[in-house]
Design a binder for this molecule. Sequence first.
Ligand SMILES: NC(=O)c1ccc[n+]([C@@H]2O[C@H](COP(=O)([O-])OP(=O)(O)OC[C@H]3O[C@@H](n4cnc5c(N)ncnc54)[C@H](OP(=O)(O)O)[C@@H]3O)[C@@H](O)[C@H]2O)c1
Length: 336
Amino acid sequence: MIGFGNVGKELIRLFAEPKPRFPALVPDLLTITGVVTKSHGALYNPRGLSPSAILQTYRQDAGFDRNSSDFYSGEIPELLSDGDYDILVELSALNIRSKGEPAFTYIKQALQKGRHVVTANKGPLAFHFKELRELAKKSNRLLLFESTVMDGTPVFNLIKHGLRGASVLSFSGILNSTTNFLSELSERGISIDRALESARAKGIVEADPSDDLDGWDAAAKTAILCNVLFDSEITPFQIPRSTFEEIFAKDIRRSVEQKLRWKFICEGTRVNQKIHASVKLTPVDESHPFYRINGTSSVLRIEADSLAPLTIVQENPTVTDTAYGVINDLLEITNL
Ligand SMILES: NC(=O)c1ccc[n+]([C@@H]2O[C@H](COP(=O)([O-])OP(=O)(O)OC[C@H]3O[C@@H](n4cnc5c(N)ncnc54)[C@H](OP(=O)(O)O)[C@@H]3O)[C@@H](O)[C@H]2O)c1
């Protein structure tokens, strides 16, 4: 497992619960052999690391205990190449500027070595989906990423299993919980600094907050949806974005009085093989299906050729939802 931040810790916490919540995985089937971070150390033991020991060996600032017999001081590429593992769970931070690196390289390396990959990290898929999909196919391994869009809500599973044979024509949604949450607090007159503090406490702010505030997270999710649903190769850099700054140019209080809400709406459409995608700050009134999407909730509306438009709403998810999305993917692999 690469990354032991909000999501990584929650995943291990779920596995460490005294009464196993996912007995099909833990303790019988899944053995965690390694957990690595960028600057908080790493653990590796091919015989297995117990989830509760992983949590106990970690200190908030110091990271993994260097005196632990399982402490790993080597490099990540070495571990990916020579370590004992069947699945790479990639949960490192989103990195837009580097186009998803180094996670893209980690994932590529694991697939080339014949390992399955589960990731919640949008970067590699937003910039390199096609290449990774082809590589997974060639290696006859699964590349699963349910938690990248809507924090574990079954979006890709729904499309893969529930929309067999249908062609998606367009989608729209509110996909960045942080800006939705912050704009709601702005409606209540709360300052951006206090609102950000609150969002951080919920573990929903990206490692670099500008990824949320400048619309990059939303653009990355929009790119992933376009690439998966429309077989395109669009990147977040090609998607016009609204930024949170634009909220300050609006008279939010007056909008509330007029029963208008400003929402960051992600859209993607395919028309004659041409893809249009955007992340746009949009005023919605009470009649709009996204008007009542509050707090950290998300929504995705899908239009396909073979059925009436379909809307999925996720109500106020927490980091547990994201960790659950990873578990859902792990269960798919173990069911092979
Ligand atoms: N939080 C959510 O609810 C949520 C929802 C959906 C998707 N995601 C995605 O899931 C991923 C993890 O999110 P998070 O909230 O857990 O992030 P986070 O709290 O920032 O933790 C990121 C972890 O990745 C490690 N890391 C960063 N860069 C690395 C590198 N170059 N090599 C190895 N490890 C590296 C960090 O190491 P250090 O500990 O040393 O800093 C940290 O352990 C992100 O890609 C995020 O976009 C998160």
